[in-house]
Design a protein around this ligand. Sequence first.
Ligand SMILES: NC(=O)c1ccc[n+]([C@@H]2O[C@H](COP(=O)([O-])OP(=O)(O)OC[C@H]3O[C@@H](n4cnc5c(N)ncnc54)[C@H](OP(=O)(O)O)[C@@H]3O)[C@@H](O)[C@H]2O)c1
Length: 306
Amino acid sequence: MKKIKLGASGPQVSQLALGLMRSSAYEAKEMQALLEKALELGINFVDNADIYGGEHSSEGIYGQVMEQAPQLRDKFVVQTKCGICQGYYDSSYEHIMESVDTSLKRMKLETIDVLLLHRPDALMEPEEIARAFDELTKAGKVKYFGVSNMNPGQIENLKRCVSQDLLVDQMQMSIVHSPMIDAGICVNMTEQGAIMRDGSLLDYAQVHGITIQPWSIVQASWAQGSFLDHPDYEALNQVLQRLSEKYNITKAAVAVAWLLRHPANLQPITGTTNPEHLAELARAFDIRLTRPEWYELYLSAGKKLP
Ligand SMILES: NC(=O)c1ccc[n+]([C@@H]2O[C@H](COP(=O)([O-])OP(=O)(O)OC[C@H]3O[C@@H](n4cnc5c(N)ncnc54)[C@H](OP(=O)(O)O)[C@@H]3O)[C@@H](O)[C@H]2O)c1
């Protein structure tokens, strides 16, 4: 498994990360097997959030695994997120501090390796966030910080006050959900794809050494579910199938290879809960798509070149 440096000043981590959002549908024993498979594959980075799973909390399940299998403790770089509440977003000092304490308790950890602000909060006050980040750093509760679903302007606004490096921006991104790529390709054009929705985040991240973590890498949308074998994405599935045969990896792994081919050194977060799927996805690192293949996949998902 390839390792990358997280952001400009973070730890070395596996380039494929394991997201635990869907783990709340499982028991701790099953999640232990998934985490053990991850380690076997060289995946040492997990992504969680305070809100994942609701009552059957994903952080709580992670904590149960750490209790029943203490040998897994210290093996993972653990990232979690805060700031989404029922019906509103909250990046206040009080909420961040309280959420971190709850996350530490649930995951049975003394330190969170990476804490992300989950979504832009319209009422975000960078001074308050900076105070929370400073206190969390001083108390040894959080080592590194980042954001999720934020554009460059929001990151710059935070950087005015926050003294720690922001290492990560976690964003929805896949062959099907690719507005960050579309707008870059269609600069100054009038078609739908030209609409800049992210403030040129991929370029900004490369300039500033921020790791973009794509989420929902095989999902078309919440409503449609995975684009793999989905009838609405027949042309895409045909190309995925042909390339999967050429490279002897699964279609899902080809979809990951498509992300890895981007020069921004993206760190895709898979949400699989199936150890076999995880092993298949890791084989994405065995191949490098050619430029014509990369563009063919993109176009087969219904995108256009100017
Ligand atoms: N920052 C944010 O706002 C945000 C939002 C959403 C998610 N996330 C993070 O991103 C992670 C991934 O999100 P996601 O779960 O939506 O992404 P995903 O990896 O695109 O979706 C995983 C889903 O696809 C299914 N799938 C079907 N065939 C598969 C195959 N061959 N290989 C892999 N998966 C296959 C999985 O089922 P199986 O389990 O059966 O494989 C699972 O239900 C989450 O766990 C979370 O950490 C972040």
